[in-house]
Ligand binder design. Structure first.
Ligand code: ADP
Ligand code: MG
Length: 336
């Protein structure tokens, strides 16, 4: 069974809404489910009218459902402090200040934000993996790795060769007499406990783990709205993911305008009719352009999707919930 499910897409399309709805659907089907949110602006806290934090908390009134919210700013800060701490251990005091300044500059780039968040995702994946500390049947992330973060998945290959060279070099530089006494294997072991190399090996293993889990035990859904910008973003994300051997399992079209009744001839009715026609073209384009199945077409509601509305939306998501790959009962495929 796929343990990790990601909902990607640009800001505001409905990722948090779909993740919460899908999480609810999984929990209702009897799976212990954790929803992981990363968006400080609108998040699971608004959807469930309950405050969540950095650790999983049970969602009140919903059996089998937990939620947590990761604050990206805090993650970047923690990440930066950790790097500084490591540096300070290994570098002379004289250049520590300059290095600190460089690290701070580097952490003001958008890439750092993504990387810190991804690090935290991997932590969550580790603890939710079968041999981890928390045992969830399913973990739903309300954002999907993109761009620079995905490139981190290539890091193990690159780091692997680099670490090997570094280890060889250090091994050679271990005093020849000492090496004669302790032998070649011991020299290698000694080098690998070197803090810098140990750190590199740890990073390598971490991204290896992430790559493996994302390829073997994860599903990706992209949320989009029926507009051109959103379609372009979707096609870019599909390409980025496939560049790392990751396939998108389906598309959710959200915020589709409901059509007016035929006898509504006023300005509002006319506006809606034209709007619906434009969106229909976009949806046709989505079907033609993408290989991925359209797993839901969700209409715009009058108000934010929360409370009872969430269950309605959940029922419209034609995404498998159980191990046999069939959606839970009560859902129907989206009409063509
Ligand atoms: N189908 C819908 N109908 C009405 N409002 C929606 C719908 N889907 C999402 N929204 C609202 O749109 C806003 C953005 O949705 P959200 O799920 O937070 O997007 P994202 O996580 O992609 O930024 C929220 O206020 C949410 O309640
Ligand atoms: Mg969100």
């Amino acid at each position: 069974m796929t343990r990790f499910v990601f909902f990607g897409g640009k800001g505001g399309v409905g990722k948090t809404t779909m993740s919460s709805a899908y999480g609810l659907k999984c929990a209702d089907a009897g799976l212990d489910t954790l929803v992981v949110s990363t968006d400080p602006a609108h998040s699971t806290s608004d959807v469930f009218d309950q405050q969540f934090g950095d650790d999983p908390r049970a969602v009140e009134g919903r059996d089998g459902l937990w939620a947590m919210e990761i604050d990206p700013d805090e993650e970047v800060e923690a990440h930066m402090q950790e790097i500084k701490r490591r540096m300070n251990e290994q570098v002379s005091a004289a250049i520590v200040n300059e290095i600190d300044r460089q690290i701070e500059l580097a952490h003001r780039t958008p890439g750092a934000y993504e990387a810190a968040l991804f690090d935290r995702f991997i932590e969550v994946m580790r603890s939710a993996a079968p041999d981890g500390a928390d045992d969830y049947d399913r973990v739903v992330f309300d954002t999907s790795p993109t761009g620079g973060t995905l490139r981190l998945l290539s890091l193990p290959e690159f780091l692997g060769a680099w670490i090997d060279r570094l280890v060889e070099k250090r091994k050679r530089s271990i005093d020849l007499f000492e090496k004669a006494a302790i032998g070649d294997r011991e020299a290698r072991r000694k080098v690998e406990t070197d803090p810098l190399i140990a750190h590199l090996i740890e990073r390598k293993e971490k991204f290896e783990f992430a790559g493996r889990v994302l390829r073997e035990d994860a599903a990706f859904y992209l949320v989009l709205n029926p507009d051109e910008l959103s379609i372009r973003e979707t096609s870019r994300t599909i390409e980025e993911l496939s560049g790392q051997g990751l396939t998108v399992d389906g598309l959710v079209v959200n915020k589709v305008t409901p059509g007016p009744d035929d006898d509504e001839q006023g300005r509002g009715g006319q506006y809606l009719r034209e709007r619906v026609a434009t969106e229909r073209e976009r949806i046709d384009q989505i079907r033609a352009e993408f290989d991925q199945p359209l797993v839901a077409r969700i209409e715009s509601r009058v108000s934010e999707v929360k409370g009872d509305l969430l269950a309605d939306v959940a029922a419209e998501l034609d995404i498998p919930v159980r191990a046999d790959g069939r959606p839970a009962s009560g859902t129907e495929s989206v009409e063509p």
